[in-house]
Structures are given as C-alpha cells and as structure tokens.
Ligand binder design. Sequence first.
Ligand code: ADP
Ligand code: 5GP
Length: 188
Amino acid sequence: MSKVIIVCAPSGSGKSTIINSLMPREELHLAFSVSATTRAPRGQEQNGVEYLFMSIPEFRRHVEADDFIEYEEVYANCLYGTLKAQVEKQLAAGQNVVFDVDVHGGMRLKEYFGERALSLFIQPPSIEELRRRLEGRGTDAPEVIQQRLDRAAYELSFAPRFDRVVVNDDLDTAKAEAYKIIQAFIKE
Ligand code: ADP
Ligand code: 5GP
C-alpha cells in the first residue's frame, strides 16, 4: 500500500531543499501533495506545481464544500489547505505522497492517515541560523521574515510529537538521513 510522508519545519529550515532532493529518487515513488494557498506566488513558483494559488473567496468555497482534509491560516490572511481529491488521486495511482505542511496540519494529517503515515520534523540548528537562511534565500520582505521567525519558536516546540526528527545543520548529512528514514518506512 502506498504511504504518506508528512514533513514539517519552521520556514527557512531547509525543508523544501531536502524534499526537492528526494523527489527525483525513482525508487521511492514519491509524489508531492500540491496544497491550495491564498498567498501570492514567490520567485519562480508556478500555479499547480508548488501550490494551487487562489483567492480567499475561492478558498472559502472549498472549505464550505468540505473539500479539505485539513486547512490552516498559517499567517494572517494566508490560508493553506490539503485538498482531498488531489491526495486520493495520487494514492490511488500507487504513489507515496509527501506533504509539506505547518505543524498543526502535520498533526491532523498524521491522525487522518494513522499507521500509513510517517511524520518527519526538520529542525534548524538555531533561530539565528534560521534568520540567516531566510535572509540568504532573498525571497521574502523583512516583515515577512520577521513574521516567520516569530512563529518558529512555537513550531519548534512541536518536534517531540513527530515520529522522527532530522537536524538540518550540514545539508548533505540531513538529506542522507531523511532519505534513509523514508526508504525504511516505505519498505515496511
Ligand atoms: P524551507 O522550505 O524550510 O522554508 P528552504 O529549503 O527554502 O527552507 O531553505 C531556506 C534557505 O536555506 C535556502 O536558501 C537554502 O538554500 C538554505 N539552506 C537549506 N539547508 C541549509 C543548510 N543545511 N545550510 C545552509 N543553508 C541551507
Ligand atoms: P510557504 O508560504 O513558506 O510556502 O509556507 C508557509 C507554511 O505553510 C509552511 O510551514 C508550509 O509547510 C505550510 N503549508 C503549506 N501547505 C499547507 C497545507 O496544505 N496545510 C497546512 N496546514 N499548512 C501548509
């Protein structure tokens, strides 16, 4: 049976970098769960690839229709949610689905999928290093970076509730560790 891999981390921890390095590994048969969001596209992001970008009224219509497994206002006016239809299609196709969601979404998805799911927390070495990475990424305005850092300490407090924690200090080590954990889980 195909599996569910839930990856959570404070913004800037290197979660996308690690996930993107694992996606092309054919032996893992991974598919990325494309969430819906009301935030604007960032950098080179494309609709339908990183996210389904939509207006707040459109997002609300999906909420009313009970189309989401879970959704969350992660930042003020920025709603993010996992669409049931999207995930069911990928699982039915035999793919192992990778979720990049906030810690609340992660907890809810773990509850929803149970034993079928592995929850993985990517931990940055420190909040200061997180600031350096967000500034270095150069995709967010200073106030957006501050908003993300303000939330980071809260999100870090969720780490013990995850099945596994990977500290992303040295990137290659973190990638290798995440690979090993996911590969073992898929084989179970
Ligand atoms: P997230 O998806 O968790 O928000 P990203 O993957 O976008 O984070 O990483 C944030 C920034 O930090 C990127 O510029 C990325 O290249 C950099 N980065 C990721 N991992 C490391 C690491 N181990 N050491 C230094 N920089 C890193
Ligand atoms: P970003 O704007 O940096 O892409 O994402 C901000 C936060 O929203 C990240 O923590 C990301 O994991 C989370 N997120 C993305 N999609 C979803 C989703 O479908 N549900 C929930 N709960 N959080 C999400």
